[in-house]
Write a protein that binds this ligand. Structure first.
Ligand SMILES: [Zn+2]
Length: 310
């Protein structure tokens, strides 16, 4: 049965979940957040986003499927199967039936016209490729893959910034991990001539615009939807948890440039509140997305999206 989606203007949005579960603790993932805020908001953070008993942070890894102007667009492509991921052993060598779930949502690989990677982290580019005939090849043979140039430059193993020796063991494992991600999920798409690098902004069609939103990574981006009077913004990893809506300065432990990430988050929440954009992060479980409103110094959840809680 196709997963139920929502319609904004002329665009249909469906989510396809690759993985769902707990990782680490809430305050490991959002290190600046305080226990009091989690507790005070427990009635809506639990059980979808947080398990109070063990402080577990709960996340989805999911792909947003958009149908716009007769084309099929995927926003972020999860972890992928069978990957060496020394930096995240929990997600190494996954074996999910994600392609079957995509088909159940009405999407065959050859139907995909555009793949958007909001940024180049392992959990956003994995199903860019699949293992076939002894090598990684693009999983979507007819798609154009839109990748932010700043991330391509930053994560390219040939980047001069990465040719110095790593500072410590932690950095060594992280660099090795990001090299593998680049080599199995980005380079094969580039070799196939399906990669398009963009910077500043990139218009996909009359409804959809990619915009740079750096901080989480140098090339992190948002996909803005405008159709009729309806508006949405797919923010990738700008918001790992809805507590970051309450205090936009709370970064995730995965954010690269902390000051820039916080500034970008606040600016986008302000725009979303003022323009009534539906905010659609990459990893939120539960209803998956929400409208936000201004409250005090920060923001608050307004209305949850119509995606059913899985
Ligand atoms: Zn992510």
């Amino acid at each position: 049965m196709p997963s139920p989606g929502i319609v904004l203007g002329d665009v249909e949005i469906t989510r396809v979940i690759e993985w769902s579960g707990p990782i680490r603790t809430a305050r490991f993932i959002i290190p600046d957040s305080d226990e009091e805020t989690w507790r005070r908001n427990e009635d809506w953070l639990a059980p979808d986003f947080w398990t109070p008993a063990d402080d577990a942070y709960r996340r989805h890894i999911q792909t947003w499927v958009l149908r716009s102007e007769g084309r099929t667009i995927l926003v972020d492509t999860g972890v992928g199967n069978g990957r060496d991921r020394p930096q995240v052993p929990q997600f190494a060598h996954l074996r999910t039936d994600f392609p079957a779930r995509l088909r159940a949502a009405g999407v065959a690989p050859e139907d995909v016209d555009v793949v958007v990677n909001t940024h180049i982290h392992y959990d956003h580019v994995g199903w860019n490729t699949e293992w076939r005939d002894g090598r990684w090849v693009p999983a979507f043979p007819n798609a154009t893959y839109l990748v932010p140039r700043a991330d391509h430059r930053y994560f390219d193993p040939a980047n001069p910034g990465r040719t110095r020796p790593p500072r410590d063991d932690h950095e060594r494992v992280r660099w090795e991990g990001s090299r593998l991600v680049f080599e199995d999920s980005i380079a094969p798409v580039e070799r196939a001539g399906q990669l398009v690098l963009w910077e500043d902004s990139h218009r996909i069609d009359g409804n959809l615009l990619l915009e740079a939103a750096p901080g989480h990574t140098p090339g992190s981006s948002v996909l803005t939807l405008r159709s009729g009077t309806d508006r949405a913004v797919f923010v990738g990893d700008m918001l790992h948890s809805p507590v970051q809506v309450l205090v936009p300065e709370w970064n995730s432990c995965f954010c690269d440039d902390l000051r820039l990430a916080a500034r970008t988050r606040r600016a986008h929440l302000a725009r979303a509140a003022d323009q009534r954009e539906l905010v659609v992060p990459a990893h939120w479980p539960g209803h998956g997305a929400a409208e936000v409103r201004r409250e005090g110094d920060g923001f608050a959840i307004g209305t949850w999206a119509g995606f059913p809680r899985p």
